[in-house]
Design a protein around this ligand. Structure first.
Ligand SMILES: [Ca+2]
Ligand SMILES: [Ca+2]
Ligand SMILES: [Ca+2]
Length: 154
């Protein structure tokens, strides 16, 4: 790295090697995970405190999750777009930094498809509500009944 200076500013010339060594995808405004020059996670501040974090998790150029923080800087709700089809369908609510409730409109009909309850951030039970699950508001203990959440087709 060379440093040159004139009367109005100091200029740094970086060699490509120096750029690779010192380049960081993290800025004061967010993170560029795939190094394309666009922030994939954006940090929004209000009165010098974090207010929202907006991310593009699948790196398709479209935001798909927003975390909201209260005036103390604690996360309280997340809105997410978990099937990457456009509409946001999932809401997660937090207590002491852990998710305690997650609801999702699984088929974008305006009604909750499933509701998951969590204890200390860990799934404890889930209600499957949508008619296409062939059940009416079934509540199940996912550990005792061995329901595999990842096999459920939404
Ligand atoms: Ca990027
Ligand atoms: Ca995305
Ligand atoms: Ca969606």
């Amino acid at each position: 790295m060379r440093c040159s200076s004139n009367s109005s500013y100091t200029r740094f010339d970086y060699s490509p090697l120096t750029f690779r060594v010192y380049y960081s995808p993290i800025t004061s405004d967010g993170i560029d995970f795939n190094h394309d020059g666009q922030l994939d996670e954006k940090w929004i501040y209000k009165d010098y405190r974090i207010s929202r974090v907006i991310s593009d998790r699948n790196l398709d150029g479209k935001e798909d999750v927003t975390h909201h923080y209260d005036r103390h800087g604690l996360i309280y709700i997340t809105k997410s777009e978990d099937d990457f089809d456009g509409p946001y369908e999932t809401t997660s609510k937090y207590k002491r930094g852990n998710v305690y409730l997650q609801e999702s409109d699984t088929n974008n009909d305006g009604h909750t498809g499933y509701r998951a309850h969590l204890k200390h951030g860990v799934f404890s039970e889930v209600e499957l509500i949508e008619p296409h699950f062939n059940t009416t508001k079934k509540k199940a203990d996912i550990f005792n009944e061995q329901i595999d959440l990842f096999r459920i087709r939404f």
